[in-house]
Design a protein around this ligand. Structure first.
Ligand code: AMP
Ligand code: MG
Length: 395
């Protein structure tokens, strides 16, 4: 084995240990989605802020359920009741309205017989309380959201309900993206003989954006040192992270590692025992982290998901825990060599099993849109039988 080749777990450790959190800033709640909180958020109010009706119905005393009740007022949401509920009385009440003093339950409209405009009778067997009590969800001062949590739409609701309209969050890292390869043309062009379209830069732009960071695309460098050096330098100078794809393996035109070194990047690893992704490089200059990613679109995709996404999120103040499900394989999978762990695209069937999608290797980008996740056949293992319970890393 190449002695510089490390395991994917070691690579993950090195990458995560290197990540340093970047600075913080305030974000309006309309732009906080996908960022990590840099502060705990405490509640400035009780929730609910008053005893609140959970139903449309009549607020009354449980002791009076068997009696005819006088309706003394109607309480819509947003209005305070004007009087307390005494024996034999009730108030018509709407969902979300304040429950009047004296009432200890709300009987649902559906179980009430209206005798006349001023008189009703409960005709159900029994009733739940149907009141959301003052502060039963949250009291003033409770920490409701914690530093490091990733802000999802449901977090936005809480921020809004607490009036926290510009939470402190971590800055989004700037990520420079450079493609290399003499054979590449941009997607707007029709490839000539021996050319292919640059697809993985756009995939990387999208992955970076989906991770919550800010992509900056620098274009394609041909396979010569000057061209690579010029785009790489430009990206290195102004970004927190640079992703450069292609040109990292051992071919005559794989010039990226040399260019990285000459630009002051110290390489922390140069090869990972994984397939796809073996020639992945990672290093750091004084100010910027760099990933050299293999050029095939499936390789860049997988390495991004396994290493770059957790790294970017750690920089953004969030500990990424991969969405993972455990399910049985519905057919065997196999690999010939066992030196490296191997990742396969799979889909989740409606029967609750895992099905490998047709996959011809790391150039077969078409396999990915069909897949719901990736599974790993570890180093040293050459086959999983049908029925094996596997971890599916969702993508
Ligand atoms: P490399 O890592 O440069 O040896 O490239 C490995 C394979 O990936 C080659 O077949 C390249 O043509 C292909 N490739 C490299 N860069 C890209 C790219 N940006 N988009 C699509 N395919 C690429
Ligand atoms: Mg190349």
């Amino acid at each position: 084995m190449n002695e510089r080749m490390i395991s994917r777990k070691q690579a993950e450790r090195i990458v995560l240990d290197s990540a340093r959190q970047i600075d913080v800033e305030r974000a309006g709640i309309d732009e906080a989605l996908g960022r990590a909180l840099a502060q705990d958020v405490a509640s400035d109010i009780d929730m609910p802020p008053f005893d609140k009706s959970a139903m449309d119905g009549y607020a009354c005393r449980r002791a009076d359920l068997k009696a005819q009740l006088d309706v003394i007022e109607t309480i819509p949401a947003g209005k305070e009741p004007t009087s307390a509920i005494g024996p034999g009385k009730c108030a018509k009440i709407m969902t979300g309205a304040m429950v009047p003093e004296g009432a200890d339950c709300v009987i649902m409209k559906e179980y009430v017989e209206v005798i006349d405009e001023r008189t009703v009778r409960f005709v159900g067997k029994d009733t739940a309380t149907n009141i959301c009590f003052l502060a039963e969800d949250t009291s003033v001062g409770d920490v409701v959201l914690r530093k490091g949590e990733l802000i999802k739409p449901q977090h936005i609701a809480i921020l809004a309900s607490l009036g926290c309209t510009s939470p402190l969050v971590y800055r989004r890292p700037n990520v420079g993206i450079v493609a290399t390869g003499d054979e590449l043309v941009e997607p707007t062009e029709k490839p000539g003989a021996s050319q292919i379209r640059n697809s993985n830069s756009y995939q990387l732009v999208a992955q970076v954006r989906a991770a919550g960071a800010i992509p900056h695309y620098y274009g394609i460098a041909g396979d010569n040192e000057e061209a690579i050096d010029s785009l790489f330098k430009a990206a290195l100078a102004v970004n927190d992270v640079v992703l450069i794809s292609g040109g990292v393996s051992v071919g005559d035109y794989d010039l990226v590692p040399g260019v990285m070194r000459r630009n002051g990047v110290e390489l922390l690893f140069e090869s990972i025992a994984m397939k796809p992704g073996k020639p992945t490089h990672f290093g750091a200059s004084a100010s910027t982290f760099c990933f050299g990613l293999p050029g095939n679109p499936v390789s860049t995709f997988v390495v991004f998901e396994l290493l770059v996404r957790p790294f970017l999120l750690k920089m953004m103040g969030h500990e990424f825990i991969a969405p993972n499900v455990l399910m049985p394989l519905n057919e065997a999978i196999e690999k010939r060599r066992t030196k490296r762990e191997a990742w396969f695209p799979v889909l989740l069937t409606s029967e609750g099993t895992v099905k490998p999608v047709e996959y011809h290797g790391s150039a077969h980008a078409r396999a990915l849109p069909q897949a719901d996740g990736l599974i790993c056949l570890p180093a040293g293992v050459n086959r999983f039988e049908a029925g094996t319970i596997v971890h599916v890393r969702q993508i």
